[in-house]
Design a protein around this ligand. Structure first.
Ligand code: ADP
Length: 368
């Protein structure tokens, strides 16, 4: 293990992209005992070059099959999200830039007092853009993005979930800078699961906390292991709709807890305008203003669902004629289409539910 006192050499390294070409050269060189061209490290059918290169050079202690699963199902490549794709949430974007993006791009500036947090919790009602934010962070910080739902960590692997967790953190270091995004973190770190919990989920919870602590320790010392990768540029971003389910000890490990609230009026307006931007419509500014008022309490994903349903209006009216009507004769989307859709598309969070988030945010969170 080499210890770094400065970040200069880290900064000089080329940034990894999530595309195979850019990320491949950053893979740690193999140790001689890892080269195994005829063994389980040999390529599987259908495996792409990116995964193959990484599998060939896996550091010690990472289970090959677990690594394969992660490369296939958990590393997200392509399909990028940028800040501008996300309506509103300016405070959250700013916090994430400061906590993750800038430190990843300029590690030399973020040391000592400016040492970034190693974990951030995004909490709030469902469908408010938590996943989008995590993906944008990965894109903007040019990081490898590991997207895992906590329930898949505990269920999929039948008792081998620790291996999966170890491989997740191991690969994240190898492919650093990396973002490990854990959705539904409550199901992994909940108070409930500590009592009569399932053996497998207890073990994966323990392993997750061990791996995360190791990461924090290594990052604090700026340890860069030639074989195992750069722990200082791996961050755990977690999201939950049930923040009150996370047990206290686990909650405290997230030094930063960012509230991702329902969109305010002007944000819903912005999102509606953007969604209609590429469509043929007859919606006036006044129509949008009315929609903004009646969609109080809608989440970003409710707004998207509403606009999608309304966009079907002109086609629904055609009935079977849809099959032979030329494109240019399909009528524009109108306010009435939204009115009709509002009967079926309702906000997914009620007033009571919302109050619970607001209260938790006041007690434990930062506002976004
Ligand atoms: P969460 O992770 O908070 O449950 P997501 O980020 O998965 O929510 O959002 C679900 C969908 O809702 C997105 O794919 C997008 O279509 C829409 N959406 C939610 N929030 C926003 C937002 N702030 N800006 C634009 N679209 C949003």
């Amino acid at each position: 293990t080499t210890r770094r006192t400065g970040g200069a050499s880290t900064a000089r390294r080329p940034a990894a992209g999530r595309k195979p070409k850019a990320a491949a050269p950053r893979v740690t060189p193999p140790s001689s005992d890892q080269e195994d061209s005829a063994g389980e490290n040999s390529p599987e059918k259908g495996e792409d070059q990116y995964s193959r290169d990484i599998i060939k050079k896996l550091p010690k202690g990472i289970d090959v099959n677990a690594a394969r699963q992660i490369l296939n199902d958990i590393v997200v490549r392509g399909d990028e999200v940028h800040w501008d794709d996300i309506a509103g949430l300016e405070t959250a974007k700013k916090a994430l830039k400061e906590a993750v993006v800038y430190p990843f791009l300029r590690p030399d500036l973020f040391m000592g007092l400016r040492e970034p947090a190693r974990g951030m919790l995004l909490f709030g009602p469902p469908g408010t853009g938590k996943t989008m934010l995590a993906r944008a962070v990965a894109t903007e910080s040019k990081s490898t993005f590991f997207s895992v739902s906590a329930s898949s960590l505990t269920s999929k692997w039948h008792g081998e979930s620790e291996k999966l967790v170890r491989a997740l953190f191991g690969l994240a270091k190898t492919l650093a800078p990396s973002i490990i995004f854990v959705d539904e973190i409550d199901s992994l770190l909940s108070t409930r699961s500590s009592g009569s919990e399932h053996e497998a989920s207890r073990r994966s919870k323990t392993e997750f906390l061990i791996q995360w602590s190791d990461l924090q320790r290594a990052a604090a010392g700026r340890e860069v292991d030639k074989k195992e990768g750069d722990a200082s540029r791996v961050l755990v971003l977690a999201a939950t709709n049930l923040p009150w389910d996370i047990d206290e000890a686990a909650r405290r490990r997230f030094v930063r807890r960012q509230y991702i609230p329902l969109p305010e009026n002007h944000v819903r307006g912005q999102q509606l305008r953007r969604l209609l931007g590429h469509q043929i419509h007859e919606m006036s500014d006044e129509d949008i203003e009315v929609l903004v008022r009646v969609t109080e309490g809608f989440s970003g994903s409710d707004i998207t669902a509403l606009a999608k349903d309304a966009a079907m209006g002109p086609l629904r009216n055609l009935g079977e004629a849809l099959l032979h009507t030329p494109m240019d004769q399909i009528r524009a989307i109108r306010f009435e289409d939204f009115e009709a859709s509002l009967f079926t598309i309702r906000p997914s969070v009620g007033q009571d539910g919302l109050k619970k988030y607001e209260d938790w945010a006041k007690e434990y969170g930062e506002r976004g």
